[in-house]
Design a protein around this ligand. Structure first.
Ligand SMILES: Cc1ncc(COP(=O)(O)O)c(C=O)c1O
Length: 426
C-alpha cells in the first residue's frame, strides 16, 4: 500500500467514469473500508468519519447486529420483485413511528421518493404546480433541480434550473420561495395558492433550522389553500428524532419521503402518507384515471429491509437520541470555542444531529445567507480537517452514535488547527 494507490485508481476511474467519479464526493478519495466511526482510504489513511455514507451509517460502519441481520437474509435470496415479509415489517414500523405515515410505498433512492411524492400530490389535488424553497434539495428530478443551488439569483418566485437537460416548461410548474420567509409565502399563496399541488420542504433545510413556528405556519397555509405539505425527511427521518422532523417539530405533513437510515446502508427509500393520498398508488381504490403507476425492480428489497429493520430496532433503544445530541453538541462546542479563540467570525448552523460552520457575521436563515458566507474560509476549514484525518462533506457534519473519546480528541485537534489556519490566512 503506497500513497500512489489512489492516484492509480483515479487514473483508471477517469477513463471510465465521467469526472473520474460517481458524481457524489471528491473523486480523489477512494474508501477501502469502514469500521465503527472510522474509514480507511486506499492509501491506508485513517479518518474519523463524519460523512457516514452521506447519512445512512448512523450506527457506524459494520455494526455487528446489522451485519448479522444482512447475513441471515443473504442465503435466502437477494431480491424477488414479489412481496416479502421483511418489507411489510419495515412498512409497519414506519407507520408506527412516523406521524404522517398511514401507508408506505418503497423505492430505491431518495430522489425517486421525492419525484413520486410530487406526482402523488399532483394526482391527489388535480393541480400541476409545486412550490419549493430556494436551496432545498429533493433529488434530481426536473422539478427538484430548480433553484437547488442557483449561482444566479432570480427574483422570487422565479425558478432557475441548476442542470442542463431540463425542459423550459419545468420553470412554469415550479415556484420558489425563500426559506423561513412567512410574509413572502403567505402573500404569494394569496394570489397563487389555489393552483398549487404541494409545498415541498426539507424541515431542516440542508443545515438551516426553521425559525420558531415557520413549519407550523406553512402547515396552516397548506390547509387554507388545499395544498399538500410534503416533508422531505430523507435526511431528517430517524435522525432528528426516531419519528423524524415531524416528531421533533410537532408538525405533521400529508406526505413524507424517507431514505438513508431506513435502508441500513442499502438502496431503499419510501414515500409515506395519509391513506386517502396513498390510495392513488392503488388502481383498485381510485380507478384507472386517478391511479399513479409506479414500479421498481428493487423496491422493498429484502436485504435492504433486513438492514433497515435491524438499524431501526437498535435506534429504538434507550438513550439513542440523547447520545446523538450529546455528540453533536460536543462538536459544536469545540467549533465555537476554537473559532472564538482564534477570533474567526462564524455561525454554527443546524441541529446537534446535523450541522456545519458558516463563516459569516450575520444570522443564517436561508440559502442566500449561506451563499454570503466566506467560501474561502470554508475551503480552508475543510482542507485542514481532511489533512488532520477528518472526513466530512464540504457542507455538513453528520455525527454518528459510535464516536469514541479518541475520535473527539482527534476532532478537537483538527478543529483547533483549522481555526488557526483560518485566522492566520486573514
Ligand atoms: C433532503 C434530501 N432529499 C433527497 C435526497 C436524495 O436522496 P438519494 O441520494 O437517495 O437519491 C437527498 C440526498 O442526500 C437529501 O439530502
Amino acid at each position: 500500500m503506497t500513497a500512489t494507490t489512489s492516484i492509480h485508481w483515479s487514473d483508471r476511474a477517469r477513463a471510465v467514469l465521467p469526472g473520474g467519479g460517481f458524481g457524489n464526493f471528491d473523486p480523489g478519495v477512494f474508501i477501502r473500508e469502514g469500521r465503527g466511526s472510522r474509514v480507511w482510504d486506499e492509501d491506508g489513511r485513517e479518518y474519523v468519519d463524519y460523512l457516514i455514507g452521506s447519512g445512512p451509517m448512523l450506527l457506524g460502519h459494520g455494526h455487528p447486529e446489522v451485519l448479522d441481520a444482512i447475513v441471515a437474509q443473504l442465503p435466502r435470496g437477494q431480491t424477488f420483485f414479489a412481496n416479502n415479509v421483511l418489507g411489510v415489517e419495515l412498512a409497519e414500523e414506519i407507520c408506527r413511528s412516523v406521524e404522517c405515515a398511514e401507508q408506505v410505498r418503497f423505492l430505491t433512492s431518495g430522489g425517486e421518493a421525492d419525484m413520486y411524492a410530487i406526482r402523488l400530490a399532483r394526482a391527489f389535488t388535480g393541480r400541476d404546480k409545486i412550490l419549493k424553497f430556494e436551496g432545498g434539495y429533493h433529488g434530481m428530478s426536473a422539478e427538484a433541480q430548480m433553484s437547488l443551488a442557483p449561482a444566479v439569483l432570480a427574483n422570487f418566485p422565479t425558478a432557475v434550473p441548476d442542470s442542463a437537460g431540463i425542459p423550459e416548461s419545468t420553470r412554469s410548474e415550479v415556484f420558489v420561495a425563500p426559506y423561513n420567509d412567512l410574509a413572502f409565502l403567505s402573500g404569494f399563496l394569496d394570489e397563487h395558492g389555489s393552483g398549487i399541488a404541494a409545498i415541498v420542504v426539507e424541515p431542516l433545510q440542508r443545515i438551516i433550522p426553521q425559525e420558531p413556528g415557520f413549519l407550523h405556519a406553512v402547515r396552516m397555509l397548506c390547509d387554507r389553500f388545499g395544498i399538500l405539505l410534503v416533508f422531505d425527511e430523507i435526511v431528517t427521518g430517524f435522525r432528528l428524532a426516531y419519528g423524524g422532523a415531524q416528531e421533533e417539530y410537532g408538525v405533521t405533513p400529508d406526505i413524507c419521503t424517507l431514505g438513508k437510515i431506513i435502508g441500513g446502508g442499502f438502496p431503499l427509500a419510501a414515500v409515506a402518507g395519509r391513506r386517502p393520498v396513498m390510495d392513488h398508488f392503488d388502481k383498485g381504490s381510485v380507478g384507472a384515471d386517478r391511479w399513479l403507476m409506479m414500479l421498481g425492480t428493487l423496491s422493498g428489497n429484502p436485504v435492504a429491509a433486513a438492514a433497515g429493520l435491524k438499524t431501526m430496532e437498535i435506534l429504538r433503544r434507550q438513550g439513542t437520541y440523547e447520545t446523538l445530541k450529546r455528540h453533536g453538541t460536543r462538536i459544536q462546542g469545540m467549533l465555537r470555542d476554537h473559532l472564538n479563540a482564534a477570533g474567526v467570525a462564524h455561525e454554527i448552523v443546524g441541529h446537534p444531529a446535523l450541522f456545519d460552520v458558516v463563516f459569516t457575521e450575520t444570522k443564517v436563515r436561508n440559502y442566500r445567507d449561506v451563499l454570503a458566507g466566506d467560501a474561502r474560509k470554508s475551503a480552508t476549514f475543510n482542507k485542514v480537517m481532511r489533512n488532520e484525518g477528518i472526513l466530512k462533506s464540504p457542507s455538513k457534519f453528520y455525527p454518528s452514535l459510535v464516536l469514541t473519546e479518541d475520535d473527539f480528541e482527534r476532532t478537537e485537534h483538527a478543529i483547533r488547527s483549522a481555526a488557526r489556519a483560518i485566522a492566520s490566512s486573514n
